[in-house]
Design a protein around this ligand. Sequence first.
Ligand code: NDP
Ligand code: OXD
Length: 313
Amino acid sequence: MPILLSIGSYDPQPWLTAMGREAPEETIVLAPDGPEDPSIEYAVVWKQPRNLLTRLPNLKAIFSLGAGVDHILADDTLPDVPILRIVAEDLTNRMSEYVVWRVLDHTRQGRLYRERQTQRLWGEEHQPAAHAITVGLMGIGALGQDAAAKLRALGFQVAGWSRTPKHIDGITCYSGPDGLAAMLGVTDILVVLLPLTEETRGILDTPLFEQMKRQTPLGAPVLINAGRGGLQNEGAILRALDGGRLSEVSLDVFETEPLPAASPLWSHPRVFVTPHAAAASDPDALSSLIMRQIANHRAGEPLKHAVDRSAGY
Ligand code: NDP
Ligand code: OXD
């Protein structure tokens, strides 16, 4: 029974090789055999074509190649089978590295010093101590909690916002709409690690920026979004920057990806752009998790990290 690997936006070869190496006894195919393919029981996907999975009558599970599943749920023809997402140390560590890197670059005035170096200018800038900064995390799931722990270890004050109430040592936890307003009121650096769902789409917009603190040790608040581009209104981010409601922004994700060459985000002096690379899914690190889950499920064991389709993540 072959496993279907369907990748809509990049070269599948590294995954094909890594999955084959992990489970040489399995056959992995890149497309179904004919208009309906009853032989496929498992599909491993990233941005699969619409209608593809509905043509597999014996499909038992869909595996996302990433932590997010919005790219799967965007297909309104999906069959009603479990969807599993990646929860893995390698991916989590990569995201925490990105978050710590961006937070420190903002607090240690990386942008100003890079600018000054090009002008051969020697001049010390105020760099607030970690304990003087509150990082507010929108999303304290697998990724948010690890980033929070690493920021705490560096001395930052950390707050977190989630859909359901939480109690986590060392993090001031908030939930629900009132909780968000309360967290924004104490946040100096806002880090977004939310999934894209019906509830979160477009949340990073003017009304949210208006609820943020006016004054922070860095002037105005900083925004870092590594969740999804669909969470943000890029026009509103630029207006908030130019109007002084935000001081600096780091964006890893965009409304349209790749970020169009004409986007003003590329050239804004206070925007730092990375190409959806905060936490790449590494085939060599993650294939074993997926192939092991499939082998275990074939042997009758339950699947781990299933998505709640009604919540959308
Ligand atoms: P989790 O599902 O573990 O955590 C999601 C968090 O978001 C949870 O705390 C959840 O709340 C919260 N949340 C969801 N909906 C809402 C809402 N309506 N209001 C408030 N909080 C909400 O996901 P991960 O931490 O593993 O991943 C998060 C996202 O990061 C992924 O969905 C993906 O979009 C993005 N990502 C980006 C990458 C990149 O390279 N840029 C790489 C990997 C992931 P609760 O705890 O109550 O469920
Ligand atoms: C993910 C991603 O969801 O890479 O894992 O964006």
